[in-house]
Design a protein around this ligand. Structure first.
Ligand code: GLA
Ligand code: ZN
Length: 675
């Protein structure tokens, strides 16, 4: 349980009463009660109020807010407010301002704008966190700390350059080693003095965000910036822990956000929390995958849904309303996949600046007679009924899908073979194929223990880090099924090619050699032709993007390319290795193929779908002690019928359920039964 002071799914969200006067506060209290809101995330962007000047701290307003909330039954998720520095700080200490990739020193403005290497930012952010923790350590309203907000963005200033050089010295010790791993003899880059090293910005090696001359340098800069921001978080974390060792600490992450290595970050969070902002046309399975990834960051521990909009956003090109029922549906989707909180951005809609058209529980009209408020209040009631039933419930998947941020950086920086190669999309194809069959999977890191899985899928495992290949070999040897794809095993952790034939260190376990890699033009495809029928797979399937030209070296060929000069070369292989099997997909196949393929793998391993459902009805399961909670989430507009068997009850109504259940359009049914 995140904090046993509030043993239920927390309900509420970001609340900025400092933008309002007392009249609004009274109304807020009244409406929070009506909506069943019991948690407010406060103080997110209030550094300028908390610290009006260099030596003054003033928590009077925050005291009043927290006391008032607590009296009316609302606990707080207390932010440290360091996501945006005060204007006076930027004015007096320009080192807090970032330099952008074009080399421009920023002026005061915006948010998430502090240089992670700034001595001023580090000193004052940690100090403020400590002061807040000291001040609120005994406040009964305090449930959890929320450090800063949505860390992100890179800085290219001189302090960061100096920090980068220190980081490099620690990592590589000598310039010889640095020159080796960066392959600096290319384009005559040999460094003879650490001071010669500059950051890879658009003034030096990079352009267009992820194009670079030197992958090794750019990759290390991403590692360094992710680490530098994490260090800022850790400074605050340590200050807070001195005063409140037993209150959990988090910072809100952003799902598939590219710039930070969240697996590394998660090691330093007491609980993962994240902000979920899909748009109307985001594939449901992509949101599901992102929830699963956030759950996977800490090995399957429940996480917090820290933010979602009750109705619409303001920052997308087209800010559609969530259709009636969708807010509830997507809230339960989060819970079904491991969230123990449902929190919104925000509780009251602001009247000025760029978020005034962002949805909120309390709309500009100011009363509760709105569609959005009614939907929020209905869900609030349900979450009260659910009590602590679901808290800490876990997922028990037999399939792990590997996701790795450093691999993603390396692929995106790779300069070839194809600009169309998008790591997250490729991973999603595999996730989606299982999702459509209602087969559970976990999103896991390269460091995860594979032994708890029957099948491990590592799409486009381009970068193979030390120890990874051995781990795969052991897993397969002892009976596991491993699956990887084209453009895998190519480089090491420094983006240096593993010579001696692709897929490098994975070659042995896969029993193949990839001699060349072809990039297909947009709209072009090749075919994977099955050598013989296998389960539902027979005949031929389209494939696109990249085609590895491979030779089987012990692996059995399941499908061959159907056209072009490499017609007849292997396209899909399987290698028996010890007691297990290692599959290779040499190209990116159409969805029907992937579904048939993964279905076969599941059958080989005796992995069952959770349930059979009509298209558009998502199923997810959480297990607690001997009880299983099965979530039926109908993403269709129309009602759907689902056959659920017997021995279950509706977790909301406690009524017994058996046979066919009708799930209303955009509706949710939660079934509880023994495991
Ligand atoms: C982010 C931020 C919030 C708010 C929302 C708007 O998630 O953390 O402060 O700006 O976006 O969608
Ligand atoms: Zn900087």
């Amino acid at each position: 349980m995140i904090n046993d002071k509030l043993p239920k799914i927390w309900y509420g969200g970001d609340y900025n009463p400092e933008q309002w006067g007392p009249d609004a506060w009274q109304e807020d209290e009244r409406m929070f009660k009506l909506a069943g809101i019991d948690v407010a995330t406060v103080n997110v962007f209030a550094w300028a109020l908390n610290q009006p000047s260099e030596d003054t701290y003033d928590f009077a307003q925050l005291d009043a807010t927290i006391d008032r909330l607590y009296k009316s039954g609302v606990h707080v998720c207390l932010a440290t407010s360091t996501g945006a520095h005060p204007a006076w700080m930027a004015h007096r200490h320009p080192d807090v301002l970032r330099v952008d990739a074009q080399g421009r020193k920023r002026k005061f403005g915006g948010r998430h704008n502090s240089c992670p290497s700034s001595p001023t930012y580090r000193k004052y952010s940690a100090k403020l966190a400590g002061k807040l923790a000291e001040h609120y350590k005994d406040h009964p309203a305090l449930l959890i700390w929320h450090v800063s907000n949505e860390y992100g963005g890179y800085c290219y200033c001189d302090n960061c350059a100096a920090g980068f050089r220190v980081w490099l010295k620690e990592r590589y010790k000598t310039l010889d080693e640095l020159n080796r791993v960066w392959n600096t003899r290319f384009w005559g880059h040999t460094f003879y003095d650490w001071e010669e090293i500059v950051v890879p910005s658009e003034l030096s090696e990079e352009w267009n965000g992820n194009r670079t001359n030197f992958q090794g340098i750019s990759l290390d800069y991403r590692r360094f910036q992710s680490q530098a921001l994490l260090d800022c978080y850790k400074l605050e974390y340590e200050e807070i822990k001195k005063h409140t060792p037993n209150i959990p600490i988090t910072t809100n992450l952003m799902g598939l956000y590219p710039e930070l290595d969240y697996f590394e970050w998660a090691k330093h969070l007491d609980i993962v929390s994240w902000d979920n902002y899909p748009s109307l046309d985001t594939p449901v399975s992509l949101t599901a995958m992102t929830h699963d990834l956030m759950r996977g960051l800490k090995g399957g521990d429940p996480f917090m849904l820290m933010e979602q909009t009750p109705s619409q956003q303001n920052w997308q090109p087209y800010n559609s309303l969530k259709r009636p029922g969708v807010m509830r549906l997507w809230s339960y989707q989060a819970v079904a996949r491991g969230a123990d909180t449902v929190l919104f951005f925000q509780l009251r809609r602001s009247i000025g600046a760029c978020e005034k058209y962002h949805g909120a529980v309390i709309e500009h009209v100011g009363h509760e007679h709105t569609r959005v408020f009614r939907e929020v209040a209905e869900l609030g009631q349900e979450l009260q009924q659910l009590g602590d039933k679901l808290l800490d419930a876990r997922t028990e998947a037999k399939i792990g899908i590997v996701y790795d941020w450093e691999n993603r950086w390396a692929i995106e920086l790779s300069s070839g073979p194809s600009v169309a190669l998008n790591y997250a999309n490729e991973v999603h194809k595999y996730y989606d194929a299982l999702f459509q069959m209602n087969v559970e999977s976990d999103m896991i890191s390269v460091e995860e223990n594979f032994d708890k899985y029957e099948v491990v899928i590592a799409p486009v495992m381009y970068m193979v880090k030390p120890g990874f290949a051995k781990k795969v070999e052991k897993f397969v040897e002892s009976g596991g099924t491993f699956l990887t794809t084209f453009f895998s095993g190519i480089v090491n952790e420094n983006d240096l090619v593993t010579t001696g034939g692709y897929p490098g260190e994975l070659r042995k376990v896969l029993g193949i050699w990839a001699e060349e890699i072809d990039a297909l033009l947009p709209g072009r495809s090749n075919q994977l032709v099955m050598k013989q029928a296998w389960g539902e797979l027979s005949g031929q399937y389209q494939c696109e993007l990249l085609c590895d030209l491979i030779h089987a070296e012990g692996a059995e060929v399941l499908a061959e390319y159907g056209s072009d000069f490499y017609k007849g070369m292997p396209g899909v292989t399987v290698n028996s290795f010890g007691k297990g099997r290692a599959y290779y997909l040499a190209s990116s196949p159409e969805a029907t193929f992937l579904q048939g393929f993964l279905k076969n793998l599941c059958e080989e391993k005796g992995i069952q779908p959770l349930l059979e459902t009509p298209a558009g009805v998502e199923v997810a399961r959480r297990v607690k002690n001997d009880q299983a909670f099965l979530f039926l989430l109908n993403h269709n507009e129309a009602a759907a019928e689902v056959e659920v068997g017997s021995g279950k009850k509706d977790a909301l109504t406690n009524l017994e359920v058996s046979g066919t259940v009708t799930v209303p359009g955009r509706g949710v049914v939660i079934l509880q039964g023994s495991k």
